[in-house]
Design a binder for this molecule. Structure first.
Ligand SMILES: NC(=O)NCCC(=O)O
Ligand SMILES: [Zn+2]
Ligand SMILES: [Zn+2]
Length: 474
């Protein structure tokens, strides 16, 4: 048992002084003033600290095979790094091989993730359409604890689907009470622009953002919303669409406009898009520029204002990292052709601090809003709440003890991610995880990581209740 005494509890709704008793099953047993420590119970003094729900990162790619290589953080190293940064759960992506059944791919990913140190779940990507996909989606929802499917409108000749496949998948997902998530960029337009840039000899990383302009994301986000709207009956429809890694003003506005019409469209923001702009691609050091190659790319600064506005207003609800690590030798695969630089950047360990510093310390967000966008909103959207994202008796004892005013300067050597750089090198951030508690156990303790291989559990996420009026939902 674990008793956390004297902290200030912060949830998405309120803050209050209370102690928290965690039981041996890894759940919160009691919350109250001056709780007595049962015999044999470990007591933690949290005075001066905030006690918040552990972060949930709904967008990671651990050991993902991609662009001819495999992301360098595996399910153990990546989730352990997350714990060091205050993140206690992830939702990763199952990406089936060409022609592979979704259910077989999910089983294979379950195997890879057995080494995870923190709890995890899966979105499953739909990358083609046939009867087997239709049936597997049903099986995954009914038997597999999957309630979200991923769609790529980009990565032509690899993961990209056309609108017909997207519509079929949306229709099926709605029958099943599952949520459609989407990477919204126009893959045809990107392939066209990439070919033109290469033909002109523009082979360096600075061509990456030129091949993926903001309008291409805006168009795809609006198209995804339009497709979702074709079959929309808002009263009965829990969750039509979740747009991952929104990086532009155009996509933010499309989401806000859809929400004003009553559509349940959600948007996710990555901290790196809030902090860095497209000047990163003009670094005279090729590797430094290549390290920032991810999709969607970093944008001209003006877009950051729109993303912050989206989070502040609630039009964008969640933050994730899209944690997808590639080391120097992997990035070098694109030395002579920017389209071959593996797309992806690290960030699971830094996310909470970056958002506290740039969101809360800067005065943009309250501590409660921080909890909402790092944990609670994700738990609600993906049907993990109130097990996760919540501080209440019965909830999982996944907590972070947060020092709101401690500062440190980020450097890759001090982080735990299995990658040779951090985007935030040299950035001084205020706000850090002093202790992280996962399943009622202290796994990150003032600089000491006690992550345990295989301790993470697969978290089943029930269907979202499509077909029942909202007021009948339990
Ligand atoms: N984001 C990125 O560049 N790599 C991971 C795959 C994806 O999410 O698009
Ligand atoms: Zn993506
Ligand atoms: Zn991703």
């Amino acid at each position: 048992m674990l008793l956390i005494k004297g902290g200030l509890i912060v949830t998405a709704e309120r803050r209050f002084d209370a102690d928290i008793l965690c039981d041996d099953a890894g759940r919160i047993a009691r919350i109250g003033a001056d709780l007595e420590a049962p015999t044999g119970c470990t007591v933690i003094d949290a005075s001066g600290l905030l006690v918040m729900p552990g972060g949930i990162d709904p967008h990671t790619h651990m050991e993902m095979p991609f662009m001819g290589t495999t992301a360098s953080d595996d399910f153990f190293t990546g989730t352990a790094a997350g714990l060091a940064g205050g993140t206690t759960s992830i939702i990763d992506f199952v990406i089936p091989d060409q022609g592979q059944s979704l259910f077989d791919a999910w089983r294979a990913w379950r195997g890879k993730a057995e080494k995870a140190a923190s709890d995890y779940g899966f979105h499953v990507a739909v990358t083609h359409w046939d009867e087997q996909v239709h049936d597997d989606m049903g099986r995954l929802v009914r038997e597999g604890g999957v309630n979200s499917f991923k769609h790529f409108m980009a990565y032509k000749n690899a993961l990209m689907i056309d609108d017909t496949v997207f519509l079929r998948s949306m229709q099926r997902a709605r029958e099943l009470g599952a949520l459609c998530t989407v990477h919204a960029e126009n893959g045809d337009a990107i392939a066209f622009l990439q070919a033109q840039l290469l033909a002109k000899g523009e082979t360096g990383p600075s061509s990456h953002p030129l091949s993926r302009p903001a309008a291409i994301e805006g168009e795809a986000a609006q198209r995804a919303i339009t497709l979702a709207e074709l079959d929309d009956t808002p009263l009965y429809d829990d969750t039509p669409l979740y747009i991952v890694h929104v990086s532009t003003e155009e996509a933010t506005q499309a989401i806000a406009a859809a929400r004003l019409k009553g559509l349940k469209v959600y948007g996710e923001v990555l901290p790196q898009h809030l902090v860095f702009d497209d000047s990163v691609y003009h670094d005279s050091d090729w590797l430094q520029a290549a390290r920032h190659v991810m999709s969607p790319p970093f944008r001209p600064k003006a877009h950051q204002k729109a993303l912050w506005g989206g989070l502040i207003s609630g039009q964008l609800q969640t933050t994730a990292t899209d944690h997808c690590c590639f080391c120097q030798d992997q990035k070098m695969r694109g030395r002579d052709d920017f389209t071959k630089i593996p797309n992806g950047v690290p960030g699971i360990e830094e996310r909470m601090s970056v958002l506290w510093h740039h969101g809360v310390v800067s005065g943009r967000l309250s501590a409660e809003e921080f909890v909402a966008i790092t944990s609670t909103n994700t738990a609600r959207i993906f049907n993990l709440y109130p097990r996760k994202g919540c501080i209440a008796p019965g909830a999982d004892a996944d907590l972070v003890l947060w020092d709101p005013s401690a500062s440190r300067t980020i450097t890759a050597g001090a982080l735990h991610q299995n990658v040779d750089y951090t985007l935030y090198e040299g950035m001084t951030l205020t706000g850090l995880a002093v202790k992280t508690i996962s399943q009622g156990v202290v796994v990150w303790d003032e600089g000491t990581l006690r992550a345990e291989r295989g301790k993470g559990r697969y978290i089943r996420r029930p269907a979202l209740g499509r077909g029942r009026p909202l007021w009948q939902k339990v």
